[in-house]
Design a protein around this ligand. Structure first.
Ligand code: ADP
Ligand code: MG
Length: 335
């Protein structure tokens, strides 16, 4: 892949949507508006409610700019979906939240702590409050389901534990309760690799909960799952977030799932936040249109247009389908 081509395409696509973005932006609502600058990122309810804040994050890997001045504020208990094509910077953004990546420029604040300033024990402590689940589940296949869940209690402990006997009774009791919460108690003593994909992801969720996190990051958690399992996993994440007051940032590329399960959708394109809008009242056509803007190739545009046509909606890419002011398009195209 040639990063220079990417940049050119990004600039062109951004320019093409500037007019629409400007029109849409005039109907700004109570949504926290992120901008391309590092200033106005405080949510309307004040900083105390903001659990995750990214301010003007730029991340370069050599010649590749993975994030380009991305800003985002997430309040406690919100379920935010990052929507964007492959390579748009979703994983990189998530990895900044728990300090797995350091920004080239900008500031990351999580749970009141400036992540970029943390090292050693302080960084491990922060990570213990931030759970992470992944597309490929990352379970240890040869261990039992219960042992996999128990490893989640080791976030702040170094070195491996060998076997169930090395965990205390309290940890085991909690792990079993977590398994019950995700509907897999009866699988506790089965090897992890005997479970279906959807079940394995539910085990990974139970494992993440062992940390008693305040924030849950999910990087394409359903990308390897069939539609039914995807729905189940997203429903579970949503329920647990509500029950435990968990703040969730989840990357996805399926518009339907984002609409069904997110409180807010944040669109990324070439490392920029190009959309930040509540899902309430948003139609699929509107999001597909946004997704159309996120698309960068003719094939992708055609696929989106085909889907719009077959779903019987009149919207097409390039027109303003965001009437009603639901969206704040926050493209940094003017730079
Ligand atoms: P997404 O998760 O949306 O698919 P990523 O955040 O993985 O996007 O990647 C964004 C861009 O950054 C891509 O061009 C990718 O190739 C690049 N990138 C991500 N991580 C690295 C890395 N560790 N080294 C070099 N380039 C990277
Ligand atoms: Mg990714």
């Amino acid at each position: 892949m040639n990063p220079h081509d990417d940049t050119t395409t990004a600039t062109r696509a951004a320019t093409a949507t500037t007019d629409t973005a400007a029109t849409t932006n005039t109907a700004a609502t109570a949504t926290p508006t992120t901008t391309a600058t590092t200033t106005a990122t405080t949510g309307p309810t004040g900083p105390a409610e903001t659990v995750v804040r990214l301010e003007g994050i730029t991340k370069r890997f050599g010649a590749t700019t993975a994030l380009d001045g991305a800003s985002l504020s997430v309040r406690r208990g919100e379920v935010v979906v990052l929507l964007g094509l492959s390579g748009s910077g979703k994983s990189t953004l998530l990895r900044h939240v728990d300090g797995l990546e350091r920004p080239t420029d900008g500031r990351v604040t999580v749970l009141g702590r400036e992540v970029t300033a943390l090292t050693g024990r302080a960084l491990r402590e922060l990570r213990s409050e931030v759970g992470f689940i992944f597309q490929q589940f990352e379970l240890v296949p040869s261990l039992t389901v219960l042992e996999n869940v128990l490893t989640g209690s080791l976030a702040t402990v170094r070195g491996p534990r060998l076997g169930l006997w090395s965990y205390g009774r309290a940890a085991k009791t909690e792990a079993l309760a977590r398994l019950e919460r995700v509907g897999l108690l009866e699988r506790a003593y089965q090897r992890a690799d005997t479970l279906s994909g959807g079940q394995q992801q539910r085990v990974a969720i139970a494992r993440a909960l062992m940390q008693r996190p305040q924030v849950l990051l999910a990087d394409e958690p359903v990308a390897s799952l069939d539609p039914e399992s995807s729905d189940q996993v997203m429903a579970l994440i949503r329920e647990i977030a509500a029950d435990e007051g968990l703040t969730v940032i989840c990357s996805l590329h399926q518009v339907d799932l984002a609409l069904s399960w997110a409180d807010r959708i944040v669109g990324l394109r070439h490392g920029r936040v190009v959309l930040d809008t509540p899902t309430e009242g948003l139609s699929k056509a509107q999001v597909m249109e946004i997704y159309g803007r996120v698309a960068t190739s003719t094939d992708q545009f055609e696929a989106i247009e085909l889907e719009l046509a077959t779903s019987g909606t009149p919207g097409t890419t390039g027109t303003s389908g965001l009437a009603g002011g639901a969206a704040n398009v926050t493209d940094g195209a003017v730079r």
